[in-house]
Structure formats: C-alpha cells, structure tokens
Design a binder for this molecule. Structure first.
Ligand code: GLN
Length: 493
C-alpha cells in the first residue's frame, strides 16, 4: 500500500538521496543493537561484587536470556511489518520504533534489574517496528526493481555493518572498560542520533512510507490497540507469575518451548500452503523450497549468532586480549564480522556477477551448502583453539579472527542470497509473508544460538566441536539435496 514518491534526485553514490537517510538511520540503529548486544552476556554473567558489577547469573540462564531476547527481536518483525502496512505506514512505524528502542537503552542505563529487563522488552518491540520497515522503504526507493535495487540494498547492507562495526567498539569501550550502564546509555544516544537524522531526511523520501487513509482504517486501528493491550497484559501477568515463583518454569524451558512452537507453526503453515491452498503446482514446489531454506538458515544463524553468546564468553575468558600492556575489551571482537563484511561484500558481489557472465553461477541451493561449510570451518578453527584455552592457556586473538573470517564468507553465501531467492521463489501475493518466514528463521536460529551456549559451563571445546559436526552434517545434507531440489525451483537460479 505504499505510494511511490516523486523523482528523488540522485546524490548518494548515484542513488536516490533518500537512501542516505535510510543508510544512516539503520547504521545508528545497528550501532545501538550490536553495541548493547556485545555487552549483554558479559554483563549478565559478570560478578556482582566488583567495581563494575554485573548481574552474577550462571552461563545457562544468561544464555537463555540472550537467546530469548535476540529471537524476539526478529520475531517481532512480523507484527512490526503488519502494523506499518495496515495502520501506521512505514515512516511512522520506524520513527516510533526508534523512540521505543532509545527509551529501552536509556532504561538499561539505570542500574537496577527491573529497568534492565524493561529495557530489553522495549528494544524488542521497537526493533520489531523499525528494522523490517526500513528495508521495505529501501525497496520502495526503486519502484523499477532490478539491478539498481540490488545495488541499493548492497549499499544499505554496508550501513548495517558500519553500525555493527562501530557499536561494539564504542559501547564496548565504555561499558566494559568503565561502567556497563554508561555503555547502555551510549547505545541510546546512538539511536537518538539516528532518529534526528531520519526526521531531518523526511524530505528526501517523497511520500514513500506514508499510508494513505482508507475505509476501515480507524476501526482496524482501534482493534489493533485493543489486542495489543490484551496481549501485553497477558504477557505481563505471565512474567509476574514466573518471577514470583507461582509458575515454576525456567528461562531455558520457556526458550525451548518457544523454539519448538515456532518450528511446529511454520511447518503446519507450509503443509497448509502445499496441500490446501489454491496455488499452482510450481508455486507449491517452490513453497517446499522456501521451507527448506528456512530450515537451513535457522541452522546457519544457530551457529553464527553464538558470536554474541559463547564466542563472546570465549573472547572474555579464553583469549589473550592484552596489547602493548593494555587489555582490549572482549566485546571488540563483535566488530570483526562487520569489518570483514565491509571488505568482502563487494568481492562476493562481483564474484557472483563474474560467474553469471561465464554461465557458472551456482544455484542458491549450492550457495547455502557453501555457507554452512563456512560456518563449520569457523567452528572447526575455534574448537581447535579452544582445546588450548580449556587447558588454562589464554589463546591468541588470531583464532577468533580466523573464525569470523569463515563466518563472514558463510554469511555472504547465505544472507543476501537467501533474501533475494525468497523474493523470487514466492508468488507475488505472498512475497511479504515469505520474507516474514525468513525473519522467523533468523529468530529460531538466534534462539538456538542462545540455548546452545548454555552448555559453555562444561568447557568451550566440547561445545564448539559439537557445533562443528552439526554444521558440517547440515552442509553435507544441503549439498547432497541440492541437485534433487533444483528440479523444483523452476527457472529461479
Ligand atoms: N547482520 C545482519 C543485520 O544485522 C543480519 C543479521 C541476521 O539476520 N541475523 O541485519
């Protein structure tokens, strides 16, 4: 329901000026997200008795909180996209989402458990409103679609990673080096900078992201507020009963139940689409392929997103971070992946273009297998390094750096490739919905990444080795299945 605006000028690397507005909005949002996320598990597990006291939780509870938080951030992209499409329009959803995110970070800047958890909830809700909708507006800048839109998205991905690079460096420096809560506050300041910049850039967006008033909007809006209120009240009541011990359930159990439910609901939805919907035979086969990609991408993020959990703990307690007599914050390693993305995204982009020119561009099915091999390779290196760390030695930062290099190669084979494949595989009237499924895959992966990290207490090497074999197994299955599944994709490469 987006109206496409007037010609918007071309001043940002030959792209519409509005792209710069969205680039910096998302850059600052990711600055705050990855900056805070870099501190999260370290803060949760840090002892309460120190100059910079943490929460003193055990690794299993901390990992469950990390998993639930990062999963919900992506899961709420589903309602967030719906609100923008139906009630507020993207622009309002982004602005309000950003305000809620900033409020969340500032809430965490206050040193109390209650404001900490309230902050996490606010960030989850705000990111659900902001993140999916910024991408939609980026797409709308290019009504003609095609290669220019792809190029626009590549530039936008740079913005994401510029934020992902700077956030952990600055927020980590203040949070780990001085006071956790200064770090959280700085993340909030970053989000405010993004909001000011977004508001000032409205003029460059024409009327993109503004929802025209339509019949029934007011009634829909009222129902939305009512249902949101009821859902919020139920969740608050549940949280109260759990935290006061009336309902005896652990965070890990809640996380595991959420993961199982996501899988069952998504599988049932695809069964419905394939058996009962009115789509053509080819469209149904392609739904099967999208479900396959959903499973593979969940496995991929389940390993990759341990960056913020088990790998972050490994950086903290297993890695020698002293340089020239100064100890580097553990969260700085969170920037390495983004730095590699900035360097290598253009390399991978040109590689695919080159291979396409000589008719050798592998199908996305093979690229997914490659991506999983990248993940397995990264964990293999890490398991190797961890075998020394588990004996009590601090290992060289090179282990984590090489691991992140492999992860990044994997990410570049899966994340941008998968997103564009889903848009091509889905029938036109279900593209938005299938993108939603893609985000749910990310949510599930993040959840598993949290749960997996709860084993870290029994040593790094066994966990990392387990993930290596799991990822390598998935990669081999993806590779063997690719020639068979290719028959179902039609002309989508
Ligand atoms: N790093 C990318 C981002 O922050 C992708 C992360 C993900 O999908 N898990 O947008």
């Amino acid at each position: 329901m987006n109206q496409i605006g007037p010609p918007l000028g071309t001043t940002f690397f030959g792209h519409p000026r509005g792209l710069a507005t969205l680039f910096f909005t998302e850059m600052w949002e990711r600055f705050s997200y990855y900056g805070m996320r870099g501190l999260l598990i370290l803060f949760l597990t840090a002892t309460t008795i120190s100059e910079n006291p943490g929460m003193g939780l055990d690794a299993a509870s901390a990992a469950a909180i990390y998993g639930l938080y990062t999963a919900l951030v992506y899961l709420l992209a589903l309602p967030g996209g719906w609100v923008a499409d139906n009630i507020w329009g993207q622009r309002k959803a982004i602005f309000i989402g950003g305000c809620i995110i900033a409020a969340g970070h500032f809430s965490m800047a206050l040193p109390s458990d209650a404001t900490f958890f309230a902050g996490l909830i606010l960030i989850v809700v705000g990111t659900g409103l902001l993140k999916p909708n910024v991408s939609t507006v980026v797409g709308d800048l290019y009504p003609e679609g095609g290669a220019r839109r792809d190029a626009g998205f590549s530039i936008y991905y740079m913005g994401i990673n510029l934020g992902g690079f700077l956030g952990p460096l600055l927020v980590g420096y203040f949070g780990e080096g001085m006071n956790w809560h200064y770090g959280f506050g700085l993340a909030g300041i970053g989000m405010i900078a993004g909001l000011i910049q977004f508001r000032m850039g409205y003029k460059h967006l024409g009327n993109i992201g503004i929802l025209p008033v339509y019949d029934g909007l007011a009634a829909k809006e009222r129902r939305f507020y009512l249902y949101t209120g009821i859902t919020g009240a139920i969740i608050a009541a549940f949280a109260l009963l759990v935290s006061s011990g009336v309902i005896d359930v652990s965070l890990s159990q809640i996380a595991a139940t959420l993961g199982g439910s996501i899988l069952v609901v998504v599988a049932a939805f695809f069964l419905y689409l394939i058996i009962f919907s009115k789509h053509t035979a080819l469209e149904k086969k392609r739904f099967g392929i999208i479900f396959w990609l959903f499973l593979l991408v969940s496995v991929f993020w389940a390993g990759f997103e341990q960056a913020g959990s088990s790998l972050n703990l490994f950086a903290e307690s297993g890695t020698d971070r002293v340089m020239f007599g100064w100890e580097m914050p553990a969260s700085w390693f969170q920037s390495v992946n983004s730095l590699f993305i900035i360097i290598m995204a253009p390399v991978f982009g040109s590689l695919w273009v080159f291979l396409a020119r000589i008719n050798r561009n592998p199908s996305f099915l093979y690229k997914f297998a490659l991506g999983l091999f990248g993940l397995a390779g990264g964990f293999f290196v890490l398991a190797w390094g961890a075998s020394f760390a588990d004996q009590g030695d601090l290992v060289s930062p090179a282990w984590l750096t090489v691991t992140y290099f492999f992860f990044t190669c994997g990410e570049l084979c899966i994340s941008p490739v998968g997103m564009s494949s889903v848009t091509k595989l889905a029938p036109a009237n279900r593209v938005g919905q299938m993108m939603g499924v893609w985000f749910v895959g990310t949510a599930l992966g993040n959840l598993i990444a949290g749960l997996a990290a709860s084993d870290v207490g029994s040593g790094f090497q066994p966990l990392f080795w387990q993930v290596t074999t799991f990822a390598a197994g998935a990669a081999i299955i993806a590779l063997l299945a690719a020639p068979f599944l290719k028959k179902f994709t039609g002309d989508v490469q």
